[in-house]
Design a protein around this ligand. Structure first.
Ligand code: MOS
Length: 746
């Protein structure tokens, strides 16, 4: 094993797949080509509520180059899917495409044009005429919880609407000397990965291969097997590169079975790449949330009570749970607490996980409320949080496996220069600009999904590591290479990584920022097994210098075998060649901790953001100029990729605070700003200077390296830090995201 000094873990490591990307060799889903392949373009409903009364496909069918127009009458049987063990059978919109004539949201697929070229398919899709019996669509952004029982069904099973409760929150709030009661709103947001959703279906007899831009090939395979009534081994999903997903590609959407059913029907491979406009319809969005937060406190700033009651939107079809209260019960110490939720159905496509689902909108609300309480108490917001630092996870009574939030606050304050803050509104100036400073804490779940990996050591001195996980742009290829290199001492450039294929050992979802933490033990165990086999070869191959020794007398380090007592070493490639072996191999597995009903610890990552905005009241220009973020996520395996993840998330946070919002037209229920021109995301010109610091406390509860996940935590809390900075600069408290210039024109 590599020595401490030379370890590849915890270092800036450039992407091993970088050259493949910049030279165009990397194959994204729509880069796979097949003889005779046809192109499909869906027809989306142009109403959001009602029935299809007539579908006129004849003009489209008669266009040259059109193969067929598929619809309810000719698509063939597609079954529904249901959750299975682990993360299998998971999807948000269970209704198979074209199952009935009912339209429940704008853009719901009602037909599919299949043609020889994409352009022809697009023209044919445009030529399909639907007649509807339309009803009024409900896309109302004002939410009142639907009348539902105390326990409701969600994507992952039944769930009590009372998330968490302790003490007597109502009485404690009633008697609290200092109180606050505000409602915070986060808008519908739509994922905008650079690569649109893309799927190519290929049938060979009763075997289906789906090339898909997916964050979870193993789960997707299980869903497809159910929907087409196939044994799991007859379905294969391949995802070599993903142009990001942000959660929209975590669970399968209806375009996957649609492409597969079309390919089955026409007897040729079919490719379906969504036009950008359709990215706003049927592949998920972050639900709108309306969160009432009530805080009770002593005059000194000790929290007495916390109510977090939230409502979010859901579609007519899905059961996505937007878990805004996920962090509320343990983020800070408070004896009396209630967290509860309600849902409001709307005529919109399925809601979905979007980077930091639940906890990101949730922490925006609770961290904003804390900032407002600090202002009310005339307390420094950092001090208020220090005053309410818990000793344990007060919701479960468990110790935290590792919590260093106070150190995050301290380091962040220092790096940002927080002690120079004058809390008076509009009091801080620089170069003619008014400055606003704000801060917030954050956290994110840490756990493992189950993972399996295979490692091969080969006679040319190379190593291959394989697992059916995905790299969604976050650096998983590099992480797997680093882990294999760390355990074998084989240099990175001699490590080959294979992922994104369900024919490999089952790997984790790229979701919840959990993939990295999940693969560590599996890769190490696989490497150890391969090394064990190598030692057996060393003692049993004639001509080997280690014949007649025992395996445990041998050491394997830096790719060489030698006796622990010293003496000559032998590169493993030489040994394999002497033994006439191409390779030795090992498998490794690691079990899930996610969802463990009896955990020993509360496992979370923590952090904080300090944000600076500049404000020019004369021209109403608001900019986020500077952010310092400190993250406590255990051991960071790749500090370069880790920093990039946090920087990207902070920039996305600028979008969340100031720009992003999907607007649904109250007349027809269509998302109006459904293009990259009209849906505003933060771009380079909006990006502040982002300084990222990591604490370095390995968390061995998660894996042998002590690495917790990283990524989503960078988006948690940042909007609350920015909106507090906006208040500090302008004196305007905005509680509905995004902050708009017109909010600030007082
Ligand atoms: Mo992330 S929203 O868990 O893909």
């Amino acid at each position: 094993m590599a020595t401490e000094q030379a370890s590849i873990i915890g270092r800036d490591t450039v992407r091993v797949d970088g050259p493949r990307k910049v030279t165009g060799v990397a194959q994204y889903t729509s880069d796979f080509h097949f003889p005779g392949m046809l192109y499909a373009v869906p027809v989306g409903a142009t109403i959001a509520n009602g029935k299809i009364t007539k579908l006129d496909t004849a003009p489209a069918e008669n266009m040259p180059g059109v193969h067929s127009i598929l619809h309810r009458g000719n698509i063939g049987k597609i079954f529904r899917s249901i959750p299975g063990p682990g993360f299998s059978g998971v999807c948000e919109e269970r209704r198979p495409p074209f199952e009935d004539d009912v339209v429940r949201y704008y853009g719901q697929y009602i037909a599919l044009a299949v043609a020889e070229t994409f352009e022809t398919a697009k023209a044919a899709a445009d030529a399909v005429r639907a007649t509807y019996a339309a009803e009024k669509a409900n896309v109302d952004p004002q939410l009142v919880a639907d009348d539902e029982p105390d326990e409701v069904m969600t994507t992952f099973g039944p769930r009590k609407r009372l998330d968490s409760q302790r003490g007597d929150p109502d009485a404690a709030f009633g008697e609290a000397p200092v109180k606050l009661d505000y409602t915070y709103v986060t808008p519908f947001e739509t994922h905008n990965p650079l690569e649109p959703h893309s799927t190519t279906a290929v049938w060979e007899g009763q075997r289906l291969t789906l090339y898909e831009s997916s964050q979870g090939v193993v789960n997707l395979r299980s869903v497809l097997a159910q929907m087409f009534g196939l044994p799991i081994e007859q379905v294969r999903v391949i995802t070599k590169f993903v142009g990001s997903g942000f959660g929209s590609k975590l669970w399968p959407w209806t375009l996957c079975p649609l492409a597969a059913a079309a390919a089955r029907q026409v007897g040729k491979p079919v490719r379906l790449v969504l036009p950008r406009k359709m990215m706003f319809h049927a592949v998920g969005h972050r639900p709108l949330t309306q969160q009432r937060v009530r805080l009770g406190a002593t005059r000194e700033g000790k929290l007495i009570s916390l109510h977090h009651d939230y409502i979010y939107t859901r579609s007519m079809l899905d059961a996505h749970h937007e878990d805004c209260g996920e962090a509320t019960p343990f983020q800070y110490s408070v004896p009396n607490l209630r967290v509860s939720f309600g849902r409001a159905k709307r005529n919109i496509g399925g809601g979905a996980d979007m980077r930091g689902p639940g906890r990101v909108p949730g922490l925006y609300a609770t961290e904003s409320a804390l900032n407002e309480l600090a202002h009310q108490l005339k307390l420094d917001p950092v001090q208020l949080r220090i005053l309410n630092e818990p000793k344990i996870d007060e919701s479960s009574g468990l110790q935290f496996s590792s919590r260093h939030l106070l150190e995050c606050f301290q380091l962040g304050s220092e790096k940002f220069g927080w002690s120079k803050r004058n809390p008076a509104v509009g009091s801080m100036k620089r170069a003619g600009l008014t400055l606003g400073w704000g801060m917030a804490g954050c956290s994110w779940v840490a756990a493992r999904f189950s993972a399996a990996a295979n490692v091969q050591l080969r006679d040319d001195g190379t190593c291959r590591v394989a697992s059916a996980t995905q790299d969604i742009g976050t650096g998983t290829y590099t992480i797997l290479a680093q882990l294999a290199s760390e355990r074998t001492g084989i240099p990175l450039d001699k490590v080959e990584v294979e992922l994104g294929d369900t024919s490999l050992p089952e790997g984790p979802l790229s979701g919840g920022s959990i993939a990295t933490g999940s693969v560590v033990n599996a890769v190490f165990a696989a490497a150890d097994e391969a090394i064990g086999m190598l030692k057996m070869v060393a003692i049993s191959t004639s001509g080997s210098p280690f014949v007649n020794h025992k395996p445990d007398e041998l050491e394997f380090k830096d790719g060489k075998v030698f006796l622990k007592t010293g003496g000559n070493s032998l590169p493993f490639a030489d040994l394999l060649q002497r033994a006439k072996l191409r390779l030795v191999t090992g498998n490794g597995q690691s079990a899930a901790t996610f969802g463990d009903p009896n955990p020993k610890f509360s496992t979370q990552s923590f952090g904080c953001h300090f944000a600076e905005v500049t404000w020019q009241p004369e021209i109403a220009r608001l900019r986020v100029s500077r952010v310092v973020t400190v993250i406590d996520a255990g051991k960071i395996i790749n500090t370069l990729a880790g920093r990039n993840q946090i920087q990207g998330a902070v920039v996305m946070g600028v979008g969340m605070a100031l720009l992003e919002r999907t607007e649904y037209d109250p007349q027809n229920g269509a998302p109006i700003n459904s293009s990259l021109a009209d849906y505003l995301v933060a771009v380079n010109a909006d990006a502040p200077a982002v300084e990222v610091h990591f604490l370095d406390y390995p968390d061995k509860e998660i894996n042998q390296v002590g690495a917790r996940g990283i990524g989503e935590i960078g988006l948690a809390g940042i909007a609350a830090a920015i909106t507090d900075a906006v208040y500090h600069a302008t004196g305007v408290r905005v509680r509905e995201l995004p902050v708009k210039i017109e909010d600030l024109l007082t």
